[in-house]
Design a protein around this ligand. Structure first.
Ligand code: DI6
Ligand code: FE
Length: 408
């Protein structure tokens, strides 16, 4: 079958591992057929026989082509904001103090419950559009600010609808255990039962959940509680992820690994034992430098150990109103390098190849290779390392989603 379209006269960063940094192909070309990548390589080797009379040729004029970016950890569905809390923290209150006093996640819970579905939808779409403008073509969206059946299901529907309304693949995650809602103050067990026995099966039956997550932390839920949720997820055939070891070492990384989690996320305090377990279970370490930055944390995740043990590292915005009000995945690339010490190649792999793994989508997206979806971003940069270097510039020239130009 002749190519539907060909992208040439630029350079390609395939982001495949094992070869040159960034999977660089100088003077490269990408060919697309039926919404999938049909061919990638040096332009000089582009198979002329597959160029048909109707093949559309896109001249990218010296730009760089990368896989569409993947933001594998966001909380885009919420009501209100927490700017006042930010101000209080600047005056000395801590994130943990605010959470213990009933603010923090619980304050967003109140604004989310009282928001109409329409308001939740409009605001989530606006946030997603900001991410898409920077070349994001796949996005994970968590629920977690409803903390009751009605608003959690509403949040997951809103997340699904983002994927229907915009040219982006959305993976929805039920963040079932995020904080204990006040009405369950003295009945933790009842809340866990509600989430495991009612909310999760209902969300699964409606088809609005692709994965299950929990916040394993001193101020949130303990290992046993998270394990109960993961068992329920397993019985429904749903993969799991975990907010693990962000503010303290609670053994979250090892817990996630013991359930073969797609990813464990944050991990500032992850132990060596937890990291080794993640290497064995092939769970991705999703690093969230935006939350580290915004909470002015000082403990950097154990990057050297992830490298040594061969745990793949992803980077994500963690876009949320409390700990990471950041709607720029490119800024996160920069933070991953400046704050955590990743190399530019590792950072870009963290929002392409490894982010795809963190969503269980490695066969479908994340690198430019034949057979994968033709999700591409075209950048006005001299080299892919510039994507990591600029702050607040958006060099994204064109976004291609499933072979179609959707933004330029
Ligand atoms: N990390 C997060 O991303 C959420 N919880 C967490 O530990 C968001 C928390 C918030 O709204 O403050
Ligand atoms: Fe998060």
């Amino acid at each position: 079958m002749p190519f539907d379209s060909v992208w040439l006269n630029g350079h390609v960063a395939t982001m495949q591992s094992g070869g040159a940094a960034f999977g660089e192909v100088p003077d490269g070309a990408v060919a697309v057929t039926g919404g999938r990548i049909a061919w990638v390589g040096p332009r000089s080797k582009l198979p002329a026989g597959d160029m048909g009379p109707r093949t559309v040729v896109h001249d990218v004029e010296g730009a760089w082509i990368t896989p569409g970016l993947v933001d594998c950890h966001t909380h885009l569905v919420f009501g209100g904001d927490r700017a006042e809390e930010f101000e209080a923290r600047l005056k000395g209150s801590t994130y943990t103090d605010i959470a213990k006093a009933g603010g923090g996640i619980r304050s967003t819970m109140l604004s989310t419950r009282s928001a109409s579905t329409e308001v939740l939808q409009t605001s989530a779409l606006a946030r997603a559009e900001r991410l898409l403008a920077e070349g994001v073509t796949t996005l994970e969206i968590k629920s977690g600010y409803g903390m009751n059946v009605n608003t959690e299901i509403r949040s997951l529907r809103v997340a699904r609808n983002v994927g229907e309304a915009l040219p982006v693949t959305v993976r929805t995650t039920l963040l079932g255990l995020h904080a204990l809602p006040p009405e369950y103050e003295d009945r933790r067990g009842d809340f866990i039962d509600l989430v495991c026995q009612e909310l999760l099966p209902m969300a699964a039956a409606e088809g609005v959940v692709d994965a299950v997550d929990a916040f394993c932390e001193g101020i949130a839920f303990n290992r046993n509680e998270c394990a109960s949720l993961f068992e329920s997820a397993g019985s429904l055939g749903l993969p799991v992820k975990l907010h693990a070891d962000q503010l303290s070492d609670t053994g979250g990384a090892a817990l996630a690994a013991s359930f073969s989690a797609l990813s464990a996320d944050h991990l500032e305090y992850a132990s060596e034992e937890g990291i080794r377990a993640m290497a064995t279970s092939k769970s991705v370490a999703v690093l969230l430098p935006g939350a580290f930055y915004f909470l002015r944390e000082t403990r950097v995740p154990p990057i050297t150990s992830f490298r040594k043990e061969g745990v793949p590292m992803a980077l994500a915005t963690d876009a949320n109103p409390g700990s990471s009000p950041i709607l720029s995945l490119l800024s996160i690339l920069n933070m991953g390098c400046t704050l955590f010490g990743l190399t530019p190649d590792e950072a870009l792999a963290g929002v392409t190849r490894n982010a795809a793994c963190a969503l269980g989508m490695a066969d479908e997206i994340g690198t430019l290779e034949p057979g994968k979806r033709a999700d591409l971003a075209v950048w006005d940069v001299g080299h892919p390392r510039e994507l990591v270097y600029w702050i607040g510039a958006n060099p994204c020239r064109t976004v291609v989603y499933g072979g179609a130009v959707v933004g330029s």
